[in-house]
Design a protein around this ligand. Structure first.
Ligand SMILES: Cc1ccc(OCc2nc(C(=O)N[C@H]3CCS(=O)(=O)C3)cs2)cc1
Length: 341
């Protein structure tokens, strides 16, 4: 009896220290398994005298049941603890804020180019793309800028060879379009693209910038068509109550030529430093296509007429979004770019 009580106490004491199912399994093997003391004692029952055997057997069974019970309770406790631990680790706190996925943003210049393209697409223009490495022939000669013309040095040009250069405007692609569609097809084409200038890379100029030019050629195209189209463009981009003003100008490839002003977006025309107190801001250049340009490209200028315009999307973006320094468009400052997401 004494021996069994000691065994009972030892088993329960050890069970108290068991914390996980692995250790629990080991305890079960050592106290209830084939090689356990309990099993050994049971086997030795045969050596007992007959009259004390039933009582002893009874005590052995009670001990086994007690240990089995203690084991089952411990097992349930440990499993519950493990279950709770698992639940705790897998608990998702749904009140936590979501993880924001970083999204990019469209660059203000790209945004403006797309808006400008949409406006002219809506007016039935086609969008064309052309080579950035051009010939002197298409970049200058076909635009009424012969070899000795003084206007050439205005276009500080990156020459690659005597004949090859980086285009200084997107006009060559309009010439190519006329050559492809002449002598009769009407033309309404918009040519956005990168153009290059050699003059110093200062605060307001960059060697490479974007330009968008447009060309309309048909029978009976008049200056009023030019004004109407450009006014519709200005209203689409800068608001319905915008107005445009045409100021006489000169370009070798257009005659007459006109620079187009917008009512100052900053002061609505009352005058400020942005518009130098004139109330107007220049947004683009334009004019009726010079008859020689039409003839050289295969359209008979006695039958056909047309108008053309050219603008810088950087400048349009600056006006539209109130960006005062052109360099801000190239510094990739996220504080600026994020505003266009
Ligand atoms: C066949 C053809 C005939 C005529 C053409 O005239 C395109 C034109 N461009 C301008 C003009 O002022 N452009 C500048 C404005 C700002 S800018 O982006 O630096 C370039 C006026 S008329 C084009 C093609």
């Amino acid at each position: 009896k004494q021996e069994l009580d000691t065994l009972h106490g030892k088993a329960l004491q050890e069970l108290g220290d068991v914390q996980d199912t692995k250790r629990l399994g080991d305890w079960r093997v050592s106290y209830l398994g084939k090689k356990s003391e309990l099993t050994t004692l049971s086997k030795q029952m045969g050596q007992l005298d007959a009259e004390s055997r039933p009582a002893y057997g009874q005590m052995l069974n009670e001990l086994r049941q007690a240990l089995e019970g203690a084991f089952a309770t411990k097992k349930a406790t440990i499993e519950e603890a493990e279950q709770n631990a698992r639940l705790a680790s897998e608990t998702i706190d749904i009140t936590l804020p979501g993880r924001v996925t970083e999204v990019g943003a469209v660059h203000p210049i790209s945004k403006v180019i797309r808006e400008i393209e949409d406006v002219f697409l809506g007016m039935g223009f086609t969008i064309a793309d052309g080579p950035e490495v051009e010939t002197d022939h298409y970049n200058f000669e076909m635009l009424n800028l012969p070899k000795d013309h003084p206007a050439r040095d205005m276009q500080d040009t990156f020459y690659i060879t005597e004949e090859l250069l980086l285009r200084t405007h997107t006009s060559p692609m309009q010439v190519r379009t006329m050559e492809r569609l002449h002598p009769h097809a009407p033309i309404k084409v918009l040519v956005p693209g990168r153009v290059y200038r050699r003059d110093e890379d200062d605060a307001t100029h960059s060697h490479a910038f974007t330009q968008i030019e447009g060309l309309v050629v048909d029978k009976g195209i008049r200056m009023s068509d030019l004004k109407g189209v450009l006014e519709a463009f200005a209203k689409a981009l800068f608001g319905e109550n915008q107005r445009v003003r045409l100021r006489p100008s000169y370009f070798p490839f257009t005659e007459p030529s006109a620079e187009v002003d917008l009512v100052c977006v900053h002061c609505q025309g009352s005058g400020c430093r942005v518009c130098k107190d004139t109330g107007w801001i220049e947004i683009l250049g334009s004019g009726m296509v010079h008859p020689r340009v039409l003839d050289m490209a295969g359209y008979d200028s006695s039958i056909y007429s047309g108008f053309a315009f050219g603008m810088g999307p950087e400048r349009i973006a600056m006006l539209k979004y109130g960006i005062t320094d052109i360099r801000q468009l190239y510094q990739n400052d996220l504080r600026l770019l994020r505003q266009f997401a």
